[in-house]
Design a protein around this ligand. Structure first.
Ligand code: 5GP
Length: 111
């Protein structure tokens, strides 16, 4: 069964789009953890960072830089996170980077 991000790519679930090209989509997280909380996903189904090819990640990096530029946080700063697997707290099994910014972010103890 398709996961929630595959449904967003297919247009079956709406999203607040930030930027899109033929390979990637950026949209606002439904449950923001910071004033700016945007998710970046590849349109092809890749489970997680472990399964992503270096080529895909290189292209995704370029797209993420376009997104932070568009969000106006490239110079003020941001945090880029990708959760992997059970210990990483990954909920959706489709590679995604969280872009968090818009405020000075805390760096809490995580375990
Ligand atoms: P993970 O825990 O897998 O790294 O992050 C999944 C993220 O997807 C969470 O931050 C969650 O709020 C977000 N999310 C889950 N379902 C939806 C949805 O239907 N729409 C949007 N925009 N975000 C979602």
């Amino acid at each position: 069964m398709a996961n929630v991000f595959e449904k967003i790519v297919a247009g079956e679930i709406p999203c607040q789009k930030v930027l899109e090209n033929s390979q990637f989509l950026a949209f606002h997280d439904i449950n923001p953890k910071a004033p700016v909380h945007v998710l970046v996903i590849p349109k092809v189904c890749v489970k997680d960072f472990n399964a992503a090819s270096p080529e895909l990640l290189a292209q995704m990096s370029g797209f993420i830089l376009e997104v932070v530029e568009k969000l106006g946080i490239k110079e003020s700063g941001y945090r880029l996170i990708t959760n992997v697997g059970s210990d990483g707290g990954q909920e959706v099994p489709h590679l995604h980077f969280h872009i968090l910014g818009g405020a000075k972010l805390a760096w809490p103890k995580l375990f």
